[in-house]
Design a protein around this ligand. Structure first.
Ligand SMILES: [Fe+2]
Length: 321
């Protein structure tokens, strides 16, 4: 199982695509039915899709897996009463088929078996390789984590004072849940080739008039280098590199394992502390007084997204966590 892409909806698709292509470094991978697809340099058909909509939203977070993996999740989701909806032969780069499943707080996950991958491009320090994790705000991160572990079959890598990190392959986390008063997007992380590529990205963003709101630094859980920004369309995005790869012997960390000394919030100790900006709810303000970027990016119910794919049927089962 592998995190493949995130499907976004924004009020101004053209400007979001321009940002991802001209500043962030993604490559256009096509457009159909009013949806733009962008890729990185890895062999994944696309990593971000952008559709026009009246409100910004995450339509889905997509994983690719084997038929057996998808069948297992589907069985568990049905048994758990999670809303589930089939997809067949959707018209997207990579093709394939699969289904949507909804987590306890309305987070929408899409699982697909791809028909084909695309040719891997030469790694480029000015372009992301792929999306490597998505962090979601959660009112009840423990319930969301149970769903990820028991229904989706993910593994808990680490738990800190306010975040739970889960993985679906050897990458330390594909999803993390940040304790919050809402269930919206927290941020999307794009993997870069190395630290140099992260630093070059910081420079490219600065040229575009967008400063980091946290970073550069090196995280505790995942040990990855990070730099966070607010994209012009309102979402928090991260350049990251050197994300830790872990195996089945990895010991799940507890919050006591991830305590920083005073005035530290990363390994390097040089990053300005503004973590609140990506972990507070819509009514909160960050330590710097800025509005938190996640306030601009609510997750909304799936099934309302127009375009290439839409759920054929909806099982409105009551979810109990
Ligand atoms: Fe991150």
């Amino acid at each position: 199982m592998k995190l493949r892409s995130i499907e976004l909806e924004v009020p101004d698709r053209e400007s979001a695509v321009r940002f991802f292509r001209d500043t962030w470094g993604l490559l256009e991978a096509g457009e159909r039915n009013g949806v733009s697809y962008l890729r990185g340099t890895e062999d994944i058909p696309y990593v971000v899709s952008v559709a026009q909509a009246s409100e910004p939203a995450v339509a889905a977070i997509t994983f690719s897996g084997s038929k057996a993996e998808l069948a297992r999740i589907r069985r568990r989701a049905a048994a758990a009463g999670a809303p589930l909806s089939p997809l067949s032969g959707f018209d997207e780069p990579g093709g394939g088929s699969g289904y949507l499943v909804q987590g306890p707080e309305g987070h929408v996950f899409r699982f697909v078996t791809e028909r084909k991958r695309v040719k891997k491009l030469r790694p480029d320090r000015d372009r992301p390789l792929q999306v490597t994790h998505v962090v979601l705000n959660a009112r009840d991160r423990e319930a969301c984590t149970r769903f990820a572990v028991e229904v989706l079959g993910f593994r808990l890598s680490d738990r800190t004072g306010f975040m739970n990190f889960v993985r679906c392959d050897r990458v330390h986390h594909a999803i993390a849940y940040a304790q919050s008063d809402n269930s919206m997007l927290n941020h999307i992380a794009f993997e870069m080739t190395d630290i140099d590529a992260v630093m070059r990205g910081i420079g490219r963003m600065r040229d575009a008039g967008i400063a980091t709101f946290w970073g550069p630094g090196r995280h505790g859980p995942g040990n990855n280098v990070f730099a966070y920004f607010v994209a012009p369309f309102g979402a928090a995005v991260e350049y990251t590199s050197e994300v830790q790869r872990v195996g089945s012997s990895y010991r799940t960390g507890k919050s006591e394992d991830w305590k920083w000394p005073p005035n530290r919030n990363d390994h390097w100790g040089v990053s300005a502390r503004n973590a609140d900006a990506i972990s507070r709810g819509p009514s909160g303000t960050s330590a710097s007084g800025r509005s938190p970027p996640d306030a601009l990016f609510p997750l909304k119910a799936w099934g309302s997204r127009p375009g290439a794919w839409s759920p054929a049927t909806t099982r409105r089962a009551r979810w109990s966590s």
